[in-house]
Structures are given as structure tokens and as C-alpha cells.
Design a protein around this ligand. Structure first.
Ligand SMILES: Cc1ncc(C[n+]2csc(CCOP(=O)(O)OP(=O)(O)O)c2C)c(N)n1
Ligand code: SF4
Length: 283
């Protein structure tokens, strides 16, 4: 039970059947669980980008910040560094995080900042009505590519593993129970968590039949084994017709950027001394 009404009264404008509903529902349940376990919801911040996914910040009744397109992750990073006590969740789109804000995603993974990124990966620009994104398959015929794309998609799991993410998972909006476990695992993980969520865009890329036919569970292996995780992540490259493994691919414990930052002198007076010393050394 939660003491708070978690869904706001803001009018919801997602299309019927949109996978964003599942992600919102999963988050709502997780928030209620966290509160019933003694966590104050005031210690949770949701940051979103720009796109259909981003409206989740309007619909969930928690502290939130609507960033600009591709910039949710630096905002989330700043919030975490300003107050390490907060749990910071970042909801981003695949256009948002894998195109516009890709450098921020890579650097957040490299730094192992303790935030949880949920990529609503519908493999299309939903809000701007169907242009291709970095995870659209080769030949995707959308508004900006009516004759089909000429590019192969990127594999975001492989990219996140290579960049240093310490929790890498893939969920699917038609598997809400598993999605909840993966998101909760990311929130409980101390370090940078990235969960690529295969999301149904009911209007511009309705992939449910395809995903339902190809989705499978990841087999047992040591989740701290980087090579095994990379091998598993390469099996489905977002373009071939191989089985699509869902679940946790990789997790390891490693010092976070915020931990390291806390060890640095951060008092204003200290900073002024350091800056003065530096300037004097240049004279
Ligand atoms: C810098 C910038 N470029 C372009 C846009 C226009 N724009 C708004 S939403 C959007 C696409 C969002 O797609 P995605 O991140 O995949 O999210 P979805 O709508 O699919 O959830 C674009 C290109 C913008 N707002 N800002
Ligand atoms: S356009 Fe796609 S992603 Fe956007 S609300 Fe509709 S179904 Fe959802």
C-alpha cells in the first residue's frame, strides 16, 4: 500500500496499446513496493527526455524533471552528484538516448554514475510520427525513409557493455513481471544500470507478434562474466531473426563516479585554495 496516489490526473495522450503504459505500470508498482518497504518517495527523482516516453514524467506523481531531447542523462547525473542520497531514474527514448544523447549515455556508463536508465526502445521516433532511429532494422520504411533505411542498427547492449555499464539488461513491454524484476534490480544496483526495454509502438512500429515469436529467456551463466555477456548480447543484433534473449545480461560491482567524487575535497574553501594555488603557479 502506498500513502500516495501515484498516477496524476493529467490527461494521458498515449495511443491505445502503447508499451509506455506497461513501463508506467511497472514503475508505479515498484514505487509502491519501495514505499511499503520504508523508502520515502520524496527521495526518488524521475528525469525524462523528449518524446512520447517522456510524458511519463507528467503521469507519475513523484519528483520529476523534463529535460531537453537527449539531455536527460546529464541532468540525472547532476541531480545524483548534488544529492547522493537520492534514487535517480532516467526514462529516455531510443531516439533520445541512442541518437541525440548517445555521448551522454556512453559517458554515464564509463563513469559508472549510480543512476538507472530505462530506454523505452520502440525503435522509432514515436512523437514525431515514425522516423527511423539507431535501432530501427535495415530497410525500415518510415516517414523519413519511405524507401527503407540503408543503415544497419546499432546493438545498444553491446555498446553499453563496451562503455563500462555495470548492470545491463533487456526487457519487453509484453513481459511486465520480468520487466519489474529488471527495473527493481537496476534500482537496487549500486552503479550505472541500463535497461533496454523493447517497447511496442502501437502506431508506428507494432512489433508484438514478432517479439512474441522470438523472445526467450537468457540461459544460466555467471552474470559477472563480461565475455559471456558480450557473446549473449551479440546473438540478436536488432536486425537478424535470432532468438531475442530477455533478462539480465551483466552485473558487476565497481566504484561509482559519485563514490569517487565524494572522496574529493568539495568544500568551497578547499576549492578556492586549489584554484588560487593553480593560478599562482601560472604567474
Ligand atoms: C534537439 C531536438 N531535436 C529534435 C527534436 C524533435 N523531436 C521531439 S521528440 C523527437 C523524437 C523522439 O523519439 P524517441 O526519443 O525515440 O522517443 P519516443 O517519442 O519514441 O518515445 C524529436 C526528433 C527536439 N525536440 N529537440
Ligand atoms: S506514437 Fe507510439 S510510442 Fe507514441 S504514444 Fe503512440 S504508440 Fe506510444
Amino acid at each position: 500500500m502506498t500513502g500516495r496516489q501515484l498516477v496524476t490526473s493529467t490527461q494521458n495522450t498515449w495511443c491505445p496499446g502503447c508499451g509506455n503504459f506497461t513501463i508506467q505500470h511497472a514503475l508505479k508498482n515498484i514505487l509502491a513496493d519501495l514505499e511499503s518497504q520504508g523508502k520515502s518517495l520524496d527521495d526518488i527523482v524521475l528525469v525524462s527526455g523528449i518524446g512520447c516516453h517522456a510524458k511519463i514524467a507528467d503521469y507519475l506523481n513523484i519528483n520529476s524533471f523534463y529535460a531537453i531531447h537527449g539531455r536527460a542523462i546529464p541532468v540525472a547525473t547532476g541531480i545524483k552528484l548534488a544529492n547522493r542520497h537520492l534514487t535517480v531514474i532516467c526514462c529516455v527514448g531510443d531516439g533520445d538516448a541512442y541518437a541525440e544523447g548517445l555521448d551522454h549515455l556512453i559517458f554515464a556508463a564509463k563513469r559508472n554514475i549510480d543512476i538507472t536508465v530505462l530506454v523505452h526502445n520502440n525503435r522509432v521516433y514515436g512523437l514525431t510520427t515514425g522516423q527511423y532511429t539507431p535501432t530501427s532494422p535495415l530497410g525500415f520504411a518510415g516517414r523519413s525513409t519511405p524507401a527503407g533505411t540503408l543503415e544497419y542498427p546499432i546493438n545498444p547492449l553491446e555498446l553499453m557493455l563496451a562503455s563500462g555499464a555495470t548492470y545491463v539488461a533487456r526487457g519487453y513491454t509484453k513481459k511486465m513481471d520480468q520487466l519489474k524484476i529488471l527495473i527493481r534490480g537496476g534500482l537496487d544496483h549500486h552503479g550505472f544500470a541500463c535497461i533496454d526495454i523493447l517497447q511496442i509502438c502501437a502506431t508506428f512500429f507494432p512489433m508484438a507478434d514478432y517479439y512474441n515469436a522470438h523472445a526467450c529467456e537468457i540461459p544460466e551463466y555467471d552474470r559477472a562474466d563480461f565475455s559471456a555477456a558480450c557473446e549473449k548480447a551479440r546473438e540478436w543484433d536488432y536486425n537478424n531473426n535470432n532468438p531475442i534473449a530477455l533478462g539480465l545480461f551483466y552485473q558487476r560491482s565497481f566504484p561509482t563516479f559519485d563514490d569517487r567524487m565524494a572522496l574529493q575535497p568539495h568544500e568551497k574553501a578547499d576549492r578556492e585554495v586549489v584554484i588560487a594555488e593553480f593560478l599562482n603557479s601560472r604567474l
